[in-house]
Design a protein around this ligand. Structure first.
Ligand code: PLP
Length: 384
């Protein structure tokens, strides 16, 4: 038989999913690997979807999404993110991932270079591989709580560099980029004529700091902003997010969505509308809980004498495993086999990640405490 398509065949799998597949075979494993809220979707959002389904709102929507939802999104990003947007700029997507997929596909030609954070969300490299583009990783500085090393960026630019990916709040580090650095990143993109793809899927999960959208500094329409309902409203399975992009790029997104998914689920779009227009105290309550868990996790690590940093957003914490005599993949496999605790191996986030494992704080307090105690004891044993 003729070989399958090289790009799809050779695309790496997310290491998080590999570990999850192993962990689900172990019924009593503690799951600290997967990044999704452990809360149910708030009741008023579910009710809106149920009502839509019962009223027969079950057909395709326009490729760009429901006009009423796009209007609500345009209002939200102007009010809350400092963007200048109308419905012409807004596309409803199948989760943040759908927005990222369209953004990468719209921007990248084969052999183009794409600057992505190291460590960073593995799916950036996966979609870049499908576009046959080359990933060039820029370092995050562990000593500053994983802020982008702004000084390193200009040295990575070549004539083929097409775009810069920013993710704040970050998966896997939980770092949040402050306004001054965000402005500098937009200026850098401008200076080198790069598109800036901004993944803001964790925008609402911040702990005492402000989320800043790079598009609020954009003066010439080079920022593609990607948002999601998944994490903010505990809606990972509903598969709905949105992109805010210049109108000419929005027109490309419309074509791409027709060719791939047609549109986001109609019922989910009604749920998303209810999420935006309804009470927001559920978001605050979930964020407060993540913050308490972060503090609890940091206290456990400190008690075990493990050095750490303070994540300012999202719901992740990287734990340094250097000195354990194992790469992060073997570490995660052995930890699962011996201690029944699943964590994400850091190598899946980029080469610098191999000295870490990622713990998700989106787990019950009990699981988090038991899992972290076992993890700390395992590290202590390995380091003896
Ligand atoms: N971006 C980041 C950084 C993520 O961590 C995730 C999911 O984990 C996504 C995007 C995509 O999320 P979704 O497609 O559910 O909105």
């Amino acid at each position: 038989m003729k070989p399958l398509a090289k790009a799809a065949h050779e695309m790496p799998r997310s290491g998080i999913r590999v570990l999850l597949d192993l962990a689900v075979q172990m019924p009593d494993a503690i799951h600290l690997e997967i990044g999704q809220p452990d809360f149910p979707t708030p009741a008023h959002i579910v009710a809106a979807a149920l009502q839509a389904a019962q009223q027969g709102f079950t057909k395709y929507t326009p490729n760009a999404g429901l006009l009423s939802l796009r209007e609500a999104i345009a209002g939200k990003v102007c009010r809350e993110n400092g963007l200048r947007a109308t419905v012409e700029n807004v596309i409803v997507t199948t989760g943040g991932m759908g927005g990222l997929y369209s953004a990468f596909t719209a921007v990248l030609d084969p052999d183009d270079e794409l600057l992505v954070p190291d460590p960073g969300y593995p799916n950036y490299a996966m979609v870049a591989a499908l576009c046959r583009a080359r990933v060039v990783r820029y370092p995050l500085d562990a000593a500053s709580g994983f802020q982008p090393c702004l000084d390193a960026l200009p040295h990575l630019v070549t004539s083929r560099t097409k775009a810069l990916v920013i993710n704040s709040p970050s998966n896997p580090t939980g770092s949040v980029i402050p306004a001054e650095s965000m402005a500098a990143l937009v200026a850098f993109a401008h200076e080198h004529d790069l598109y800036l793809i901004s993944d803001e899927c964790y925008e609402k999960i911040v702990f005492g700091v402000q989320h800043v959208s790079p598009a609020s500094f954009d003066e010439d329409g080079r920022v593609l902003s990607i948002f999601s309902f998944s994490k903010t409203y505990a809606m990972t399975g509903w598969r709905v997010g949105y992109a805010v992009v210049p109108p000419e790029i929005a027109a490309i997104f419309v074509k791409l969505q027709e060719a791939t998914v047609a549109c986001a689920s109609s019922v989910s779009q009604k749920a998303a509308e209810a999420a935006l227009s309804g009470p927001q105290d559920c978001v605050e309550a979930m964020t407060n809980t993540y913050r308490q868990r972060r503090d609890r996790a940091l206290a456990i690590l400190q008690r075990h004498g493990l050095p750490t940093y303070t994540p300012r957003g999202a719901f992740y914490l990287l734990i340094n495993i250097s000195g354990c005599g194992q790469g992060s993949d073997q570490f995660a496999r052995d930890l699962l086999a011996q201690e029944k605790v699943a964590v994400a191996p850091g190598h899946t986030f980029g080469p610098s990640g191999d000295q870490y494992v990622r713990v998700s704080l989106a787990a019950s307090e009990n699981d988090l405490e038991t899992g972290l105690e076992r993890l700390c004891n395992y590290i202590a044993r390995r380091r003896r």
